[in-house]
Write a protein that binds this ligand. Structure first.
Ligand code: SF4
Length: 339
C-alpha cells in the first residue's frame, strides 16, 4: 500500500494494520516524512485540541535495586552519588508545582524499597490534603498490595514502561526483570483503576522497525492511555557504553507514527528527544506530542538522576513560550487519559 493510502486511512479514523505501521516507520524520503508529520499534527489537533498538558516531574530518589544494562541509575554503578528526598521535601515541591499553575505531579524514582508502602502512602495522602494535584507514580515494579494501597489513598496514574515488546531484547536490557511479570503489573494497574502509562526505547541494540511497530500495537491493544517513546542514549558507566545512540530523527518519526496509530493517547515530548535533537521539544509538539514534563527536582539532586548523560534542561517559562509560539495552549485541567 502506498504512503498516501495509509495516511488517508489514518485520517479516516481507521485502525492501521501492522504492515501499514511498518510502511510509515520505513519512510526515509524527507518529503514523505513531511506528509507523515502533517498528518500527525492534524490528528493531534482533531483528537486532543490545542492543549498541551504540563506534568511537574520530581525525581525523588536515584537509588535502584536493579541493574538494567542501559541505565546510569543501575545498582552496580558505584560512580554515581546517591540521594533520597525526604517526605517533607517531596511535599514542599508538590506545593511549589501547584503554585506554578500545574495540575499534575509525577513522583519518579529508581526501584527503591526504602520508600515503603506506609511511607509512600503518607506522602500521597499529604499531597492530596495540601494540593489539588493529580498524582502520577513512576516507581518501577512494586507489589500489588502497594499499588492497591496507593490507589486507595488517591494516586491517579502509574507509569511503567514496557521498554520493548521483543522479549529477547527485554531479557538483554533488563537481565534481572521478567518480561511476563512486568506486563502482569501493567494489567494489575488497569484492574486497580489507575490511568496507565507505558512506552519504550527507540534504537535499542538489535531492535528493528518491526519491533517498534509492535510496541505501538501493544499500547493500542492494551488500551494504554499514555505512552512515552524516547531514543536510547548510552551512559558511560553502564555495560551499554559502547553502543550507538538512537537517532533523533527516527525518534521524531516514531512519535508522529505513534500519534497516527494511537490517536487520543497522551504522548509526551520526551527529554531524551530534546537531548538528541536541536529544538526537539518544539518539533515533538509539531508532530504529535501533547504532554511536557517540566523538571521540578531540586537542582542539587537533578544532575544526579542520570539515566543517560547530558540530559536537556528547559525552564517552565521556555516551555510555556514554545507552546504559545506554536499556537497551542497550556492545558487548564489535569489532562486525564481519554481511552
Ligand atoms: S531503568 Fe529503572 S529499574 Fe532499571 S536500573 Fe534504571 S532506574 Fe532502575
Amino acid at each position: 500500500m502506498t504512503l498516501a493510502k495509509v495516511l488517508a486511512r489514518a485520517r479516516a479514523g481507521m485502525d492501521l494494520e501492522r504492515e501499514e505501521i511498518i510502511t510509515l516507520l520505513e519512510t526515509a524520503d524527507p518529503e514523505e516524512r513531511s506528509q507523515i508529520y502533517e498528518t500527525a499534527e492534524a490528528l493531534t489537533l482533531y483528537y486532543l485540541g490545542p492543549e498541551v498538558h504540563l506534568r511537574g516531574l520530581v525525581e525523588f530518589s536515584n537509588y535502584c535495586t536493579r541493574n538494567c544494562n542501559y541505565c546510569g541509575l543501575r545498582a552496580d554503578n558505584h560512580r554515581l552519588n546517591r540521594y533520597r528526598m525526604t517526605s517533607e521535601e517531596i511535599v514542599a515541591v508538590a506545593e511549589q508545582i501547584e503554585l506554578m499553575g500545574l495540575k499534575t505531579i509525577v513522583l519518579q524514582s529508581g526501584e527503591d524499597y526504602w520508600y515503603t508502602l506506609e511511607m509512600m502512602t503518607r506522602i500521597i495522602q499529604e499531597i492530596k490534603q495540601k494540593t489539588n494535584l493529580a498524582i502520577t507514580l513512576s516507581l518501577g515494579e512494586r507489589e500489588f498490595t502497594e499499588l492497591k494501597a496507593w490507589k486507595e489513598v488517591g494516586a491517579d496514574r502509574y507509569l511503567l514502561k514496557h521498554e520493548t515488546v521483543n522479549p529477547d531484547i527485554f531479557a538483554e536490557i533488563k537481565p534481572d526483570s521478567s518480561y511476563e511479570h512486568r506486563l502482569g503489573i501493567l494489567d494489575q494497574l488497569s484492574q486497580l483503576g489507575y490511568q496507565v502509562g507505558s512506552g519504550g526505547m527507540i534504537a535499542l541494540p538489535g531492535q528493528s522497525l518491526t519491533d517498534l511497530a509492535d510496541d505501538l500495537l501493544f499500547i493500542r491493544t492494551n488500551k494504554i492511555g499514555m505512552a512515552g517513546f524516547g531514543p536510547f542514549i548510552p551512559h558511560g558507566d553502564t555495560p551499554y557504553r559502547g553502543y550507538p545512540s538512537g537517532s533523533g530523527e527516527l525518534s521524531l518519526l516514531m512519535l508522529a507514527v505513534a500519534r497516527i496509530v494511537l490517536r487520543q493517547v497522551h504522548l509526551p515530548a520526551t527529554t531524551a528527544l530534546e537531548t538528541l535533537l536541536q529544538d526537539g521539544r518544539r518539533r515533538a509538539l509539531e508532530v504529535g506530542a501533547n504532554v511536557i514534563m517540566p523538571n521540578f527536582t531540586p537542582l542539587e539532586y537533578r544532575k544526579l538522576y542520570e539515566i543517560y548523560p547530558n540530559k536537556a534542561q528547559t525552564s517552565l517559562d521556555e516551555v510555556r513560550e514554545v507552546i504559545l509560539s506554536l499556537g497551542r495552549i497550556v492545558g487548564t485541567d489535569s489532562g486525564d487519559v481519554l481511552i
